[in-house]
Design a protein around this ligand. Structure first.
Ligand SMILES: [Zn+2]
Ligand SMILES: [Zn+2]
Length: 452
């Protein structure tokens, strides 16, 4: 009998942690922290009691809700291997260091982080690796962000498929996600993020985004695009690169996106990104899309006073596009651009992704027009009135509903556990399944039992 206990991300998004065990083996899939606006992060509850007899940890991808709690497991005494892809390791190191700056040593210390890095083992897609006696894993490209993987566990002859976060869309850097269709799978553990909504295919948000940028320039404004540093940021860079190559548009990149760009550059070959994007780059004699001559990384190499420099970018009457963190406007250089640019109704604030409740980005989308932003030189920040046009473009890094159902119906498995999504999203998927699959929608800390 195999037991599965969901320690986080049951009926929620955040702090993914799934323990798979039988009487003599324990493997942990993912180990994240949940980020909550204006509140401290929380980890998976109750996981620590297993730390000492865990045999192995396998990580699907670098996003913080899947990796933020790993150094804590090491601090609590875990000495085994932590398995992930090569890009995931590099991205984790950046995210963990950034987290120390934001939240301090609340869950783990800098030393714990370095200890953790020593325990990481890296693997490529489609190469089986051993986790414990009779238990091995294979990574499948999940198409979600650089290095993202779904995990196929071979558990003493039984197969278990954990999707991690998957993207069924073809995006600028990645083909659609891969999954096993030939083998019989004992049970699937699947994300359910977009279980409630079907999103338009990628061409339509891409086109409306580009049209909006051009219209903004025509009326004498600049486009300000807050975005996540990892994944979405690079995707938007690629969309802009393809559209504005050989034009006079200036594309300013600011904030943590620049650090993540370096990781993308390091892994820019066919193991990790799609052939299409490699061909496009080689046709245009560049290494990565953000190497085009009209891409400008905003850093201290350009100006001593970055606030003044950003003010110039956002105020000058030129075809300027700003792509900056943070994606939900909770911090980062985007505040500087809005301080100086939000008062101009000709400008466009182009929100590029889902905005969590209680974030500044969400408030603006909900119609709030006076927000408190960080301001250079003013400790308490400043109230800024948003007079720009505000639009949201529906890019999502997750499987859309129909495609997710197609995958779940194509995999030969009679049992599905839904995680990483609201209960309503999981229920909506459950009602549409075709093959009489048995569906589990557990709560946190619930243990499910699967007979051989
Ligand atoms: Zn993710
Ligand atoms: Zn996630």
């Amino acid at each position: 009998m195999i037991k599965v206990t969901i320690y986080g991300a049951a009926k929620e998004i955040g702090r993914s942690a799934i323990l798979v065990e039988d009487q003599d083996t324990k493997i942990l899939l993912d180990c994240g922290l949940k980020i909550r606006p204006k509140k401290p992060t929380i980890g998976p509850e109750g996981l620590n009691e297993h730390t000492e007899n865990l045999q192995s940890i396998v990580i699907s991808h670098a996003h913080f809700d899947h990796t933020g709690y790993i150094p804590r497991i090491v601090r609590d005494g875990y000495e085994g291997s932590i398995n992930m892809t090569h890009p995931t390791k590099d991205i984790c190191a950046i995210l963990w260091r950034d987290h120390l700056k934001i939240e301090g040593e609340r869950h783990w210390s800098e030393d714990d982080m370095y200890d953790t890095l020593y325990q990481i083992r890296c693997h490529y897609y489609q190469q089986k690796f051993e986790l414990a006696d009779g238990v091995s894993a294979t990574f499948f490209d999940a198409g979600h962000i650089l290095g993202s993987a779904s995990i196929l566990l071979d558990w003493k002859g039984q197969l278990i498929f954990y999707t991690g976060d998957i993207n069924t869309f073809e995006t600028p850097y990645h083909d659609t996600n891969k999954y096993p269709t030939l083998e019989e799978i004992s049970f699937i553990i699947s994300e359910a993020t977009n279980g409630l909504r079907d999103l338009p295919n990628r061409e339509s948000p891409n086109k409306s985004f580009i049209d909006a940028i051009k219209a903004t320039y025509k009326r004498g404004g600049v486009t300000i695009t807050p975005t996540f540093a990892l994944g979405r940021g690079q995707e938007i860079e690629a969309i802009l690169a393809k559209e504005f190559i050989d034009t006079n548009f200036n594309i300013y990149i600011d904030g943590m996106i620049l650090k993540m760009n370096n990781v993308y550059r390091r892994y820019f070959h066919e193991y990790w990104v799609s052939k299409k994007i490699l061909e496009w780059c080689s046709d245009n004699r560049i290494e990565v899309p953000f190497d085009l001559r009209n891409f400008i990384g905003v850093s201290r190499n350009l100006a001593d006073n970055l606030d003044t420099f950003r003010k110039m970018i956002v105020s000058e009457n030129k075809p300027n596009i700003i792509v900056s963190t943070s994606g939900m406007l909770e911090g980062g250089p985007i505040h500087s651009y809005l301080n100086h640019g939000a008062g101009n109704p000709k400008n466009l604030l182009a929100i590029s992704g889902f905005q969590v409740e209680e974030t500044i980005g969400r408030a603006i989308l909900d119609g709030e027009r006076k927000v408190n932003l960080f301001s250079w030189g003013k400790k308490k920040g400043a109230e800024v009135e948003i007079k720009t046009e505000v639009r949201q473009f529906q890019f999502s890094g997750h499987a859309q509903r129909n495609e997710l159902l197609k995958m779940l119906n194509a995999i030969d498995s009679k049992k599905i556990v839904f995680v990483h999504g609201l209960e309503s999203a999981a229920n909506s998927l459950k009602n549409e399944l075709k093959n009489n699959q048995e569906v589990y929608i557990p709560v946190n800390k619930e243990t499910l039992e699967f007979q051989n």
